[in-house]
Write a protein that binds this ligand. Sequence first.
Ligand SMILES: [Zn+2]
Length: 303
Amino acid sequence: MAKSALSDPRFHNEEAAFAYVEAQLWPDGPICPHCGATGDRIGRLTGKTTRIGLRKCYACRKPFTVRMGTIFEDSHLPLRLWLQAIHLMCASKKGISTRQLQRMLGCGMKTAWFLGHRIRHAMAPGASGPLGGGGKTVEADETALTNSPKTKRGPGRKRPYANVLSLVERGGPIRSMTLDHRSVRSFLYSQVDEESRLVTDSARHYRFPPVAKHESVDHSKFEWARGDVHTNTLEGFFSIFKRGLIGIYQHVDSRHLDRYLAEFDFRQNTRVKLGINDLQRADIALQGFKGKRLTYQTTGQQA
Ligand SMILES: [Zn+2]
C-alpha cells in the first residue's frame, strides 16, 4: 500500500516537526531573531525540562526558537499540527473548509479557523513589483461574486457582494484583488508594467490603459478570442475560484475575501503544471511564514 502523504514523522512528532521547519527556515543554520547573530554564537539548550527547539544567542544572551518572529509565534499550537494544516491546504485544489480541517486534524472549530486564516496570510505574496514588462502579455479581467443560490434570499439578492479583478502575466504569476473603493484603473497603474501588452475585454474602464499596447475582445459582439487576444487564462481561474467559494467555503465574509484570493492565487502560481508537487507547494507556503507576523492585523483571534 502506498504511504500516506501525512505519514512522515514531522506530522506526528514535535521534535521532527521542529527539525523540519528549522531546515526550511534556517537552511544555513539558526539566526537569532533578536540581533541577527549566526554560527557559533548560537547554542542549543538541552535538558529534560527545556522546550523543544530552544536556542540561546551568546551575542545578545536571549533565548529563541524557530517559531519566533514568524506567523507560528501567534499561537501555542504544536508545529506538527501547523504542518498538517499547511499540507492539507496546499494539497486541496479548491481549498479546505474549516470543518474539514477540524475533522482531519481532530482540533476545535476555532483552532481550525485560526489555522486556515494564518496559512492564507502566509500564502499572500509579500511586496512584489508590477506584472509584465517589455515583450510580455498581461491579461486583465473581472468577475462579480454573488451569493450561492442556496443562500440567496430577499430583494436585491442578485446584487454581487464583491467584485474581483485578476491580472495574469502569460507564463507568469497571477494576482487577484477585491475592487472595493479602488478602481480597475488604479490597479492597472500600480500592478502592470507600462511596457506590457495588455489584453482585456472591451469594458469602458480598460480604455486608454497605462501600457505600451492594448488589445481587447468584444464580448458584446460574441467575440471571445481573436488569435491570442483573449482572457481565457483568467476565465479558467475564476471558474476554480468560484467553485471553491461555493462548494468549499460557502460563507465567505467579504472582509476576508482578499485572503481567500491569496490562497487561490498561491495554488495557481505553484500548480502541478509548473512541476510543483503537493510537498513542494507546502514548503513554499512555509517560506511565507517568515517576516509576516506583524502584518497580520484584521482578526486578532488567538488559538
Ligand atoms: Zn541575539
